[in-house]
Design a protein around this ligand. Sequence first.
Ligand code: SF4
Ligand code: SF4
Length: 462
Amino acid sequence: VRRNGSKAKAVDTTRRNLIKATGFLGVAALVAPAIPSVAKAASPMDASLPAPKIFTGKTVADIFPVKPDIQRFSYRNTAFIRGTWDTTALCYGTPAITDPTFQQRVRLGQDGWHLEDYALANAVGATIRHEGIGTGYPDRGIISWSPLGAVKIPSMVSPLDKGRLQNSLIVKKAALSLGANLVGICQLDPRWIYTVDMDGLPVTFEDVNVAYSDQEHHALPNSYKSIIVFAVQMSYDMMSVAPYGDAQGAALKGYDDQAVVAARIGEFVRGIGWNAAPCSNNTGLSIPEAISAGLGQLGRCCLLVTPQYGPNVRIAKVITDMPLAYDSPIDFGLTNFCNNCKKCVQACPPQALPYGDAEWQGFSISEFTGVYKWQRHAETCYRWWGQTGATCGICIRVCPWSNGVMHNNGLAQAAVMNVPQLDHQWRQLDDDLGNGALRDPATFWTGSRAYGPKATKTASSQ
Ligand code: SF4
Ligand code: SF4
């Protein structure tokens, strides 16, 4: 190692960082006994993690400032879909221009963009592509709003109804058994349901018993009052090479997984005698629903951040008429942590994330207006996707909650809850340990997990 001066310097730097890190861990250990014990976690939280503050009986609209006249959002205005029809959008044609760029990189034989990377990044979406669901079509394929016929309630047997609380526990247990990593339940808030699907077909509420779709619209019954919201963890192994091609596989596999799990949960609910409309990324805004169901908080990365997996998740939901008890939003100290951290903001190559405070107004029609929140410049983000050839994900890779110092770290999470004055130290420790650094994409297929700071190539350098 000493033969190479730069390597020696890197080792010295690493050693210094480790010493600093060890010193901070010592301080953290000293403060640990002083941290007040917190109440045991309530579902849906993992009982091994410190309990967050729970806003009992509240919805996301109660804890975020929301203007009383907010309007439902058009799915066609989301930046991802808008790129398919709005030639004024800076990210015009994002899905159409991402793939050719990826293919061009494959032809050039660039590391992180080889044929096997391209095949993997697409094969992980085999189910939703085969079913014609993509990421945005409601009531289609395995996420049909009609029974798939996999589970049928035996004749002469009444629907399961053990009271709202017990019903919820059964549904949550089933959801986790069926492939969800996190699950919560909330009351359906019609304001978060999209006005139209990606083709412009309206989504309406009607006095019917069962959800259905026809040539004119998608109809949700007024009796479907509950949403089972769940998250599937994305592969950090794949996400660790973001923005290289295999990181796109993490995202697309998340979409594939959430469709499969939503289909299974839908069949389970029908199998115990109730109606269900499984939805993937479509039909409603997943983030407010997930916040209402207690899965996490909105981070500065403008994604849902969960205490368990950070933003490294995909969210989906099943809307149902089953009588269920509801979870409440949680606060695990993320807002203050994000105010000190800003790691995703600093790491975002096109600077699409905000350094400043939350705002009412977004940068374009692709942002939900009327909610006081951190605003992402979505067009800038997706334009960068088009330039790189894949779906980026750097903000997910670097977040200390995804796989860094906050991930699965009860001590750190308790400190964030109870000693927020130390938040900037956790960010510093995360950096010192090299967490969230780009993994050299050349190592993806070798099994070597070189996640450390020595892997410094960027897609933009190629
Ligand atoms: S996906 Fe990439 S470009 Fe988009 S906000 Fe995250 S880091 Fe920035
Ligand atoms: S990287 Fe830091 S600022 Fe960004 S969402 Fe994660 S914790 Fe918040």
